[in-house]
Design a protein around this ligand. Structure first.
Ligand SMILES: Cc1ncc(COP(=O)(O)O)c(C=O)c1O
Length: 472
């Protein structure tokens, strides 16, 4: 008999259950030829005695081997290595993958990261959202959600969103006009899949959210660039373009134009709607950070005044929770939503019903307005602090306009190459993780929302030090 006690070394600390550890060892012995076809294995009682384990555990190990096809069990005779066992010799890769236990921190990247405008998830409701999901998963309502789900999104969330959109931004809609998506990016992808089915052109700002541009071109669309001015999209230039070129759609972020942060005035919004009607195109209104407006209430979306279903309205919860919380939505005509469904089924069958239901419960409990009220005043303070420090410490080196809302300041760096700036900042412990718009005179977005006041102080201190080194 093989020396089972020394062959099977049970590790009580292992996350793998004991019976699976035993079957693993036996499989290994078969594979390396120590156990040959037809060879008898010890009985479950003997194995249990040798290994000092419960007999049930030994039986489970044999059941596992039987289920996997490694052994035959002959009644009253015992267990035998299968005669025609599949011969499987794992390739010796010569080395084992080293899975690091902890992701090592780059020592010089540990101070602070400047992004182009994401929320401070230390202040968000993530814990509440997942706690809700956790408790929901334990009860019957939650359990029901595991098997089901609709490609248009969890029904109760679509109902709750109707009230939420009505109360927060005067959009009147119905659950059949809503698709819940995994973040607004999925909504953008689906909307352009429909609009660009036969190719076509999409008007975008000359500076624009790069991911949207990439989505459009990947789906076969052609970008038509529209100039920007100090009021955002230049509507005169758009109109002149429309007289020459047919477009399928325009993609806009009117609340805070990405990347410049400029808010589109109401008069421009009305003109845009009229142009959409006259030249027959769709408006994709990406309202990614609607909630954050500091000088007054947010300006109502174009979707709220759209009488002709010209607007596909796209929203995201990633600015309320965190970028990794993949919850967004699209509001459009019922036909448009129905057309999106087959496309969604190709990439994602049914979203995350448990998380969507949990979100609907948070909205029903009025948690979002409470959170927003608190965060708006915190983010406003952070915006003002970053602006005043930029002015005070770097007034000669940068130009910017205080944004009315959003999560970032659009900064023009004078006489400074931003890539050099990024490198030097990194050496000093600040990662500047933002896009650079070199074609637009060295501009970049400096996100303030995710940094607390101390962190903003560190960023400005190091930014000042590094810029002075560069311009010396
Ligand atoms: C202009 C714009 N649209 C949409 C999004 C959000 O995308 P998602 O909801 O997929 O996270 C972002 C995120 O940064 C953005 O900047």
């Amino acid at each position: 008999m093989l020396p089972w006690k020394s062959i099977i070394e049970i590790n009580p600390e292992s996350k793998r259950t004991i019976y699976l550890q035993i079957s693993d060892f036996i499989i290994k012995e078969i594979n390396i030829g120590h156990l040959s076809a037809g060879q008898k294995l010890p009985s479950s009682r003997t194995l249990a005695d040798i290994l000092k384990i419960n007999r049930k555990t030994a039986i489970m190990a044999f059941d596992e081997l039987l289920a996997q096809g490694w052994i035959d069990v002959i009644p009253n005779k015992g267990a035998f290595v299968k005669n025609n066992i599949p011969t499987f010799r794992p390739q010796d890769l010569g080395r084992k993958m080293n899975i690091p236990k902890i992701i090592k921190k780059d020592p010089i990247s540990s101070l602070v990261t400047v992004n182009d405008g994401i929320p401070d998830y230390r202040l968000s409701l993530i814990d509440k959202l997942y706690k809700q999901a956790g408790s929901l998963s334990k009860n019957a309502i939650g359990k029901n959600l595991f098997g089901g789900g609709s490609p248009a999104g969890e029904e109760s969330l679509r109902y709750v969103l109707c009230n939420y959109l009505h109360d927060s931004r005067a959009i009147s809609t119905t659950p059949s006009n809503i698709m819940v998506t995994r973040g607004s990016q999925m909504a953008l992808y689906l909307a352009f899949s429909i609009l660009l089915k036969n190719g076509g052109k999409v008007a975008v700002g000359e500076l624009n959210y790069q991911t949207a541009n990439d989505t459009i071109t990947t789906l076969g669309g052609k970008l038509v660039k529209i100039q920007l001015n100090d009021q955002g999209l230049d509507i005169d230039h758009l109109e002149a373009t429309l007289q020459k070129e047919k477009i399928a759609a325009i993609y806009i972020t009117p609340h805070h134009q990405y990347p410049t942060t400029i808010t589109m005035p109401v008069t421009h919004r009305l003109r845009l709607l009229n142009l959409a009607s006259k030249y027959d195109f769709t408006i994709i209104e990406d309202d990614y950070d609607y909630d954050y407006h500091y000088s007054r209430s947010p300006i109502l979306p174009i979707a709220s005044i759209d009488q002709e279903s010209r607007v596909v309205y796209i929203g995201s919860f990633s600015k309320l929770f965190a970028p990794a919380v993949r919850l967004g939505y699209m509001v459009a005509s019922q036909t448009f939503i129905n057309n999106c469904i087959p496309h969604r089924l190709h990439i994602d069958r049914r979203g995350d019903p448990l998380l969507e239901k949990s979100l609907s419960m948070l909205i029903e409990d009025n948690e979002l307005p409470r959170l927003l009220k608190k965060n708006i005043s915190i983010y406003k303070r952070r915006r003002d602090l970053l602006a005043s420090l930029l002015e005070k410490e770097l007034g000669n080196q940068v130009r910017f306009k205080l944004p009315e809302g959003g999560m970032a300041i659009w900064v023009k760096f004078l006489n400074i190459d931003i890539d050099t700036l990024k490198d030097k900042l990194h050496q000093n412990g600040v990662i500047m993780n933002t896009d650079v718009y070199t074609a637009f005179n060295s501009h970049s977005r400096l996100g303030f929302a995710s940094l607390n006041e101390k962190e903003i102080g560190i960023v400005i201190e190091l930014l000042t030090k590094v810029i002075h080194q560069i311009v010396q």
